[in-house]
Design a binder for this molecule. Structure first.
Ligand code: GDG
Length: 463
């Protein structure tokens, strides 16, 4: 029987903190729950020596196979090449970009190590689904080791335009590595277009329709927009209304309109720009002072990278400045919470919000945008203010879309939502909900798995 083997840099194990934030983990776990199978990757612990053999842990129909990572490898492969070279390039944020050839070498070494540790765990009928930019060379390494099972890859971040990608001195190697997969998936048509352009620009790769060929391998590249468990979000939102955290939050509002943002603390999420837009709302539309409260939830991630400590300091300063300028005896304009909440509480908060602020400078998809819409009461929904530079903007065209760099127009958009009629909010919400239901989490994994299984069937027919 076919077994799904998902591979990602980090595995969120069953007994780890359920509040761990991260879109990839949310998507992979949901995909695995239906099919069952194995989830292979790093357990989040570093060691000074060799990572040793994987630890296996069974939970329901999922086997969690996890490994430690060498401290130096973590520093160079994860903090270094993955988060300081690839991540900024994929998000068009070159001010955070740095390249160090030793980090690139370590990136390849860690991918080879992943392949070595995974190899003994694989069975002949497995289908392997690799996730995200940390593991682009994994298929080449597995193929080198003699693996013939179908291998798919999904990129959770944007695939940048070729002129941006060329900034990476190793961009050609990365494109060739992508062509070692059988199926390569992206969130949006523009990511696919950029990949196609990149693949045709480097030569030696032929393509016909959506199939690309490096020397010996054909890769099927396509768009598979990630979705969410729409019903699940809505049920959590309803159930959690009785919870202590949600009730305390509502009490604290004193009837004011809630603006909410939930983002990992990451410079790509456009948080300083969002804080400034809120400040501009207070300046340009003073009638909102004392009438709205903005709650920003941002759990810390990637604390080993300098840019991530910088952003934390910047936000604390900005929140302090805005609160200092506008706060009153009984009103604090921004509540900035640098911590995680459990998923049900988040959905409960969303349901009480009038405005959902999702304003990244660039984002592969952005699941928070979708979760916010799903958590609303369809009869009196809050409205999403959404960056047109997020992948989700391709689907959620009825959100109020903005350019996050344009502080004034974001302030205008928030004001517009605050005064939007219930009828308009309901109409926009219904149209977005229909799209969420069409492209839900089941559709995502089914479409991707179907593409990969079609490749597997092709193998069987050929053998
Ligand atoms: C990457 C891509 C793409 C956040 N804070 C808490 C919490 N979260 C959850 C959210 C959401 C997830 O984490 C974040 O997902 P996003 O999609 O918004 O962003 P990334 O983590 O950057 O994800 C992104 C995604 O992969 C999937 O392909 O959409 O573009 O960058 O589910 O709800 N969860 C809990 N507590 C928190 O405090 N429990």
């Amino acid at each position: 029987m076919t077994r799904l083997v998902a591979v990602s840099n980090r595995v969120v194990r069953p007994r780890s903190d359920p509040r761990s934030a991260g879109g990839l983990a949310v998507g992979v776990l949901a995909a695995l729950k239906e099919y069952g199978g194995m989830w292979f990757g790093w357990n989040g612990r570093t060691t000074h020596g060799d990572p040793g053999s994987p630890t296996l842990e069974q939970n329901g129909n999922i086997t969690y196979a996890t490994i430690d990572m060498n401290e130096r490898a973590y520093e160079m492969y994860y903090n270094g090449f993955s988060n300081t070279s690839l991540w900024p390039v994929c998000h068009y944020l070159l001010e955070h970009f740095r390249f160090d050839r030793r980090e690139w070498d370590e990136y390849r070494r860690v991918n080879a190590m992943f392949a070595r540790k995974l190899l003994p765990l694989l069975q002949p009928d497995d289908v392997i689904w690799v996730h995200d930019f940390h593991l682009i060379p994994l298929a080449s390494e597995l193929r080198r080791a003699g693996i013939t099972q179908p291998i798919g890859f999904f990129l959770h971040v944007p695939f940048p335009d070729i002129e941006m990608f060329r900034v990476l001195p190793v961009y050609k190697q990365l494109i060739r590595s992508l062509c070692a997969y059988d199926v390569v998936g992206f969130h949006t048509p523009s990511d696919l277009r950029s990949f196609k352009e990149a693949a045709s620009s480097i030569g030696g790769i032929k393509h016909a329709n959506r199939r690309y060929s490096s020397d010996e391998q054909l890769v099927h590249a396509d768009v598979f927009p990630i979705g969410i468990d729409v019903e699940g979000c809505r049920s959590l939102a309803i159930e959690s209304q009785e919870s202590e955290d949600v009730q305390r939050m509502v009490e604290h509002l004193h009837g004011r309109e809630l603006l909410i943002g939930v983002d990992r603390l990451d410079y790509s999420k456009g948080l300083p720009e969002r804080f400034r837009s809120y400040e501009r709302l207070m300046e340009n539309y003073p009638a909102n002072r004392g009438q709205v409260s903005y709650m920003q939830i941002s759990p810390t991630t990637r604390s080993g990278v300098r840019a991530y400590t910088d952003i934390r300091n910047e936000l604390e300063q900005l929140a302090g400045r805005i609160n200092g300028q506008f706060a009153d005896i009984d009103w604090v304009p921004i509540q900035y919470l640098n911590r995680a909440f459990d998923r049900a509480t988040l959905m409960g908060f969303f349901q009480n919000a009038t405005v959902g602020l999702v304003t990244p400078l660039r984002d592969g998809m952005n699941l928070v945008a979708k979760e916010f819409v799903a958590a609303q009461n369809p009869e009196d929904p809050g409205m999403l203010v959404l960056s047109e530079l997020a992948g989700a903007a391709h689907e959620l065209t009825d959100a109020v879309q903005i350019n996050p760099y344009d502080i004034d127009s974001v302030a205008d958009a928030i004001h517009k939502v605050l005064s939007m009629s219930q009828e308009e909010r309901c109409e926009r919400h219904a149209s977005m909900l229909a799209i969420l239901n069409h492209n839900n989490i089941t559709a995502w994994r089914t479409r991707f798995m179907d593409a990969l299984l079609a490749v597997a069937a092709g193998y069987q027919a050929a053998s």
